[in-house]
Design a protein around this ligand. Structure first.
Ligand SMILES: Cc1cc2nc3c(=O)[nH]c(=O)nc-3n(C[C@H](O)[C@H](O)[C@H](O)COP(=O)(O)O)c2cc1C
Length: 325
């Protein structure tokens, strides 16, 4: 079948997405405030940071806070990680109770601590266990269960088609395939051939992910036969990138986000963050992101330094207003 290179709706099981552009999960970045910006910025689906199913099992307050969704971000998937099927099933129920529209299994995280526990990308080497996790979750919740994994662990490996079949048979409703091996972390080329083989191996939608910043790169992913595209880092300092990509794929036209527009989005992010964590804590959590947002702006280094001292939203507005006009 000829690949569909356009912007189009996608069904993840019973969940209908308005379009085939998804925000990829990013620990430390895709919190609820950021996800609202991405949903408003045109993403058809947003995904939380990965949440430890083990921590949820032990009642960790911070992990339960990570399950909280805001009204403006739906449809939203909550991503979970653990190598224990029973624990993942319980966590999926908690995610469903929190209002998740889908629950996603992290089978691609390359962080050593996660790998040592048998979770994340380690699950790519234990397909029976991955299948056990998926089917335990599918039996425990009504919302669709999805999986995110990589093309392989080492360069040149293509585990995608086999794993995709395993996931589909276990009841997964969609897959996100990061087109880089785990050994490559988040850099280097994306293996489009491996992506094509994976998309061809299953009937469920495959979202291809890796290195997409514009419509042309999104089209290259769709040309592999993937039903959709996952966007990670390009959204970090421009959550409106989804609308820009959508326009390039034949959706309604939008202008590329100006710097002033982006800084207004950053202010909105700070306001949403304040609503979740309180003003001072919300600003403190934004410190590690401010460099991305201010990159390339005049006096960015000094503004960044000043941002580190801020305690109130009023101070943030006063500091950033120079960039919003
Ligand atoms: C800071 C950071 C955190 C990430 N955290 C997660 C995560 O929690 N779960 C996950 O499945 N992938 C995670 N990823 C991988 C992204 O979802 C995505 O696969 C990767 O960034 C490639 O897409 P991109 O090239 O569009 O950024 C993370 C990536 C980055 C850069």
């Amino acid at each position: 079948m000829k690949p569909d290179l356009s912007l189009h709706p996608v069904a993840i099981g019973p969940l209908a997405l308005k379009n085939n552009l998804a925000l990829a999960p990013m620990a430390g970045i895709t919190n609820a405030a950021f996800r609202v910006l991405c949903a408003e910025g045109g993403a058809g689906l947003v995904v939380t940071e990965m949440v430890s199913a083990e921590s949820l099992k032990y009642g960790n307050k911070r992990s339960f806070e990570m399950l909280k969704l805001l009204p403006g971000e739906h449809p939203a998937a909550i991503q979970l990680f653990s190598a224990d099927p029973a624990c993942m099933a319980l966590a999926a129920q908690a995610a469903e109770r929190a209002g998740a529209d889908a629950v996603d299994v992290n089978a691609g995280c390359p962080v050593r601590k996660v790998l040592r526990s048998g979770a994340g990308a380690a699950l790519m080497k234990t397909p029976l266990l991955l299948a056990g996790i998926i089917s335990a979750m599918v039996k425990s919740v009504k919302v669709p269960v999805t999986v995110k994994f990589r093309v392989g662990l080492e360069a040149g490996e293509n585990l995608g088609p086999g794993l995709a079949r395993v996931c589909e048979e276990a009841g997964a409703s969609a897959i996100t395939l990061h087109g880089r091996p785990a050994a490559q972390q988040h850099s280097g080329p994306v293996d489009l051939e491996a992506m094509a083989a994976t998309a061809a191996a299953v009937k469920i939608p495959v979202f291809g992910n890796g290195g997409v910043e514009n419509a042309e790169q999104a089209r290259a992913i769709l040309a592999t036969g993937c039903a959709g595209v996952g966007v990670g880092r390009a959204a970090v300092f421009n959550p409106a990138v989804f609308s820009e990509i959508a326009a390039g794929l034949g959706g309604a036209g939008v202008e590329a986000a100006s710097q002033a527009f982006r800084i207004r989005l950053f202010l909105r992010f700070l306001e949403l963050n304040a609503g979740i964590y309180g003003e001072e804590h919300g600003l403190a959590r934004a410190r590690k992101l401010v460099g991305y947002w201010l990159k390339g702006l005049p006096n960015a280094a000094s503004a960044r330094g000043a941002f580190m001292q801020l305690k109130t939203l009023k101070e943030a507005r006063e500091l950033l207003i120079q960039y919003t006009r």
